[in-house]
Design a protein around this ligand. Structure first.
Ligand code: ADP
Length: 661
C-alpha cells in the first residue's frame, strides 16, 4: 500500500483496523511505537492482515506475535478476561507478563506450534485464570495455529478459542444429578427391601420372581433362593388357590387387581398358615403398553383380622347368651337420648316387638311409686358413671300384665368410634318374685299361727315360776327359768319372721310413741342378763334420752345386737352398751370382745339371710335375718346402723335415731 505524506499515524491505523468494536478502537489508539513492533506502518503485511481479520471476527481470537509474543485479542475474546483483571492491560503486553499463572502450560504449546509442529486442539481444558478479582476455574476449547510472517518464517501464534465453562458446568451438574438419582434409587431399593409391606416383582407370563423384599419372603416362608424361579414352582401351595389364575388375568388384561382382606394359605415352618392381606397386583407395561410384569404389594393384616374375628365371636357368644337368658337389652345415646330397645325388652314392657318405643314410653309402664326411683337411678348412673341395679314392677302396655323386672345399666363413656351411651339389661324376675312372696306369705302365716300358742305357753310358764318361788324346790324353779328363757328366744325368733314377712310385703306397721330410750336399754339389758354365758354386760352412764319411735321394734333392735354380742363372743369378757347424744341424734353402741368380722363380710352383713361362714360361726345357730331386720326397722325410723370390727379383737355395732322433737 502507498502511504501519502500527509497521512497521520491515527488515520493510518484507522484504515488498517477499521470497525467500531471496543478492541478495534483500543488497537487503533494504542501507542505501538513504544513497543518492539513499532508503529503499524512498520508492521508486516501478514501481521496487519491477521490483526484486522481477528478484530472483525465474532469468534474469540487471540494472537501472540514476534519473539516477545506481543498480544492482540478481539471483542469476542474480551469477556474471557473478566471485568477487573487482565483487560485492557493484555493488549500489547508480553505473553509471559500477562499469563504468569499458566505460562508453564502454554509456553510449550506455543513453542511447539512456532517450530512447525501441528496445530493444537484442546477440548474443555481447565485453565484457571485470574479475572473478576479471583482465580476462576475456566474451561476452554481452543486451537493454536502458526501464522507465518513471510514464506517459511514463523510470525506468531493465533489462538482461536471458545470458553466452555458453562457447558462443562452444565455437564458436571448433569453428572451429579445422575449420581444422585442412582443413589436415591439405591436408597429406594433399600427402603423397599425393609418396608413393612410385602413387595414382589414378577416378570413375564411365567411370573418369574424378579425381586422380593424381606417381608414377602417372610410371608412366603422362603429365602432369597426363590428369586429367579417361576412363582408356581417357588410356592407350590398356590396351585390349589385362586391367585395364579388372577395373576394370569392381570397379565392378559393389563388391568390391576385389588384384594381386600383375602385369605391365603402359605407354608411357614412346614405348616400351612392362614395369612390375611389387602393387596394389589399392578401390571407393569412397556412403552408399547404391553404388560411385561406384575408388581405385588400386600399389607399383611392377619393379626388384625384374627383379633377382630375373636371379638366378633365373643360378641356373638354374648348375643347368644343374652338371647338364651331371655334378657331384654336397651341402649340410649346420652346426648341425643335416642333410645333403642331389643324385641325382648319391648315384650317385657308389653309392647309389640316391631313397635318403635321411646325411653319415656318405657318409663311410663313402671307403676308410679317406682317410676321416679328408676328414673333417678338411671340419671345418677349417667352422671356418676357407676352402674345401677334395681328391681321394680312393670305393667304391660298392651297386655296390662304385671311383671317384676331387675334392671341393670351402665354408662359407656365416649370412645373413638362411639358417642357416650347408656346400655341396660332387663331380666324378667316375676317368677322369682312370686316365689318369694309365696315364701313370705307362708312364713308370715306360720309365724302368726305359732305366736298364739307360744304366748299362752309363756303365760303359763310365768304363772308356774311365780308359784314355785313360794316352794323350796330349786330344781323346778331353775328349770322353769331356763324354759322361760328358751321360750323368749323362740318368740323373738318368731317375731323376727313375722316382721320379715310384713316387711317384704310392705305391711310393716309402726306404733309410734314418745319414750325414754335409756329406760328401754336398761330393761333389755336386764332381760338379757340371764342368757349371758360368762361375759359381763354393762351400760355406760348416760343421760335420759327421749325419742319418738316404735318402742317394741327398737327394743328388738337392741336385744338383737345384745344377743349377737353374746353369741359371737364365746371367749370374750366384756359387753359394753353406751348411748350418746349430739346434734339432735342419739347414737347407741354395743361393743364386744368377740371374734370380729372380716372386712369383706361387713358390707353384706345387713343383707337378708347373710351369715359369715367361718369355722367359728358354723356351730352358732341363726338365720341371718337379725341384722337385716335391725337395718330395716331403723330405715323406717329415719335412722342408721353400722359396724366397726376387727378380727380377733371384737366388734362395735352402732345405730342412730333422731331425738323426739
Ligand atoms: P344370725 O346371727 O342369725 O346369723 P344376724 O343377721 O344377726 O344373723 O347376723 C349376721 C351375721 O353377722 C352372723 O351370722 C354373724 O356371722 C355376724 N355377726 C353378727 N353380730 C356379730 C358380732 N357381734 N360379732 C361377730 N359377728 C357377728
Amino acid at each position: 500500500m502507498q502511504l501519502s505524506p500527509e497521512t497521520t499515524p491515527q488515520t493510518l491505523q484507522q484504515s488498517y483496523f477499521d470497525g467500531d468494536g471496543e478492541m478495534a478502537a483500543l488497537t487503533r489508539s494504542y501507542d505501538w511505537s513504544n513497543t518492539v513492533l513499532g508503529p503499524p506502518e512498520h508492521w508486516s503485511q501478514s501481521l496487519l492482515t491477521t490483526v484486522s481479520i481477528m478484530l472483525k471476527s465474532r469468534f474469540p481470537m487471540f494472537l501472540w506475535w514476534g519473539t516477545e509474543l506481543i498480544q492482540f485479542y478481539n471483542d469476542a475474546y474480551r469477556p474471557s478476561l473478566g471485568n477487573e483483571g487482565k483487560h485492557p492491560k493484555a493488549l500489547g503486553q508480553y505473553g509471559e507478563e500477562c499469563w504468569p499463572e499458566i505460562w508453564p502450560v502454554i509456553k510449550p504449546l506455543i513453542d511447539q506450534v512456532l517450530s512447525g509442529g501441528a496445530s493444537t486442539w484442546s477440548e474443555d481444558q481447565l485453565i484457571p485464570i485470574y479475572r473478576n478479582n479471583r482465580l476462576e476455574d475456566v474451561y476452554w476449547t481452543f486451537s493454536y495455529s502458526k501464522v507465518n510472517d513471510g514464506p517459511g518464517k514463523p510470525g506468531g501464534v493465533l489462538v482461536i478459542c471458545s470458553e466452555t465453562t458453562e457447558k462443562v458446568n452444565t455437564l458436571h451438574k448433569m453428572e451429579k444429578t445422575v449420581t444422585e438419582l442412582a443413589e436415591s434409587e439405591s436408597r429406594l431399593r433399600y427402603m423397599l427391601a425393609d418396608a413393612p409391606v410385602a413387595i414382589a416383582l414378577f416378570s413375564g407370563k411365567e411370573l418369574l420372581i424378579e425381586a422380593a423384599n424381606k417381608k414377602i419372603l417372610e410371608v412366603w416362608g422362603k429365602t432369597e433362593e426363590v428369586i429367579g424361579k417361576p412363582l408356581h414352582l417357588a410356592i407350590p401351595e398356590l396351585k390349589e388357590q385362586p391367585f395364579l389364575q388372577i395373576l394370569n388375568e392381570v397379565f392378559t388384561t393389563g388391568k390391576p387387581f385389588y384384594g381386600n382382606e383375602v385369605k391365603a394359605f402359605l407354608e411357614q415352618n412346614h405348616k400351612l398358615e392362614e395369612v390375611y392381606s389387602n393387596f394389589v397386583y399392578q401390571p407393569l407395561k412397556n412403552a408399547d403398553g404391553e404388560t411385561t410384569g406384575i408388581v405385588l404389594v400386600a399389607n399383611i393384616i392377619t393379626e388384625q383380622v384374627v383379633t377382630r374375628k375373636k371379638v366378633e365371636q365373643a360378641e356373638e357368644m354374648l348375643r347368644l347368651s343374652i338371647e338364651a337368658a331371655n334378657v331384654g337389652t336397651w341402649y340410649m345415646d346420652v346426648n341425643t337420648r335416642d333410645f333403642i330397645a331389643s324385641s325382648r325388652m319391648k315384650e317385657l314392657y308389653g309392647y309389640y316387638p316391631h313397635e318403635e318405643v321411646s325411653y319415656d314410653a318405657v318409663i311410663n309402664q313402671i307403676p308410679e311409686e317406682y317410676r321416679n326411683k328408676v328414673r333417678l337411678a338411671v340419671e345418677q348412673a349417667i352422671a356418676s358413671g357407676e352402674s345401677y341395679s334395681i328391681e321394680h314392677p312393670v305393667t304391660g302396655y298392651h297386655d296390662q300384665t304385671q311383671r317384676w323386672v331387675r334392671a341393670l345399666g351402665k354408662l359407656y363413656p365416649k370412645t373413638a368410634g362411639h358417642t357416650a351411651h347408656f346400655s341396660g339389661l332387663t331380666l324378667d324376675i316375676t317368677e322369682q318374685k312370686r316365689d318369694e312372696m309365696r315364701k313370705n306369705d307362708f312364713i308370715g302365716m306360720v309365724s302368726h299361727e305359732l305366736k298364739t300358742p307360744l304366748t299362752s305357753l309363756n303365760g303359763y310358764l310365768q304363772l308356774l315360776i311365780a308359784r314355785t318361788k313360794k316352794t323350796e324346790d330349786t330344781f323346778i324353779s331353775t328349770s322353769l327359768e331356763k324354759a322361760h328363757v328358751q321360750v323368749k328366744k323362740m318368740s323373738t325368733m318368731i317375731n323376727g319372721f313375722l316382721n320379715i314377712s310384713r316387711l317384704e310385703s310392705g305391711k310393716i306397721h309402726l306404733d309410734m310413741e314418745v319414750f325414754d330410750l335409756d329406760q328401754l336399754i336398761m330393761e333389755i339389758i336386764e332381760e338379757t342378763k340371764p342368757t349371758l354365758q360368762h361375759q359381763t354386760l354393762t351400760l355406760s352412764p348416760c343421760i335420759p334420752v327421749s325419742i319418738y319411735a316404735d318402742r317394741e321394734k327398737i327394743g328388738s333392735v337392741i336385744s338383737n345386737l345384745l344377743s349377737n354380742a353374746i353369741k359371737y363372743s364365746p371367749k370374750g369378757k366384756k359387753i359394753e352398751v353406751s348411748a350418746q347424744v349430739s346434734e339432735g341424734i342419739v347414737e347407741v353402741s354395743v361393743k364386744d370382745e368377740g371374734m370380729g368380722i372380716k372386712p369383706q363380710a361387713i358390707e353384706k352383713l345387713f343383707e337378708r339371710f347373710y351369715r359369715v361362714e367361718t369355722k367359728h360361726t358354723q356351730n352358732i345357730s341363726g338365720f341371718g335375718i337379725g341384722l337385716y331386720l335391725c337395718a330395716e326397722i331403723l330405715l323406717h325410723h329415719g335412722g342408721k346402723i353400722w359396724v366397726e370390727s376387727e378380727i380377733g379383737v371384737g366388734s362395735t355395732f352402732y345405730f342412730s335415731l333422731p331425738l323426739a322433737p
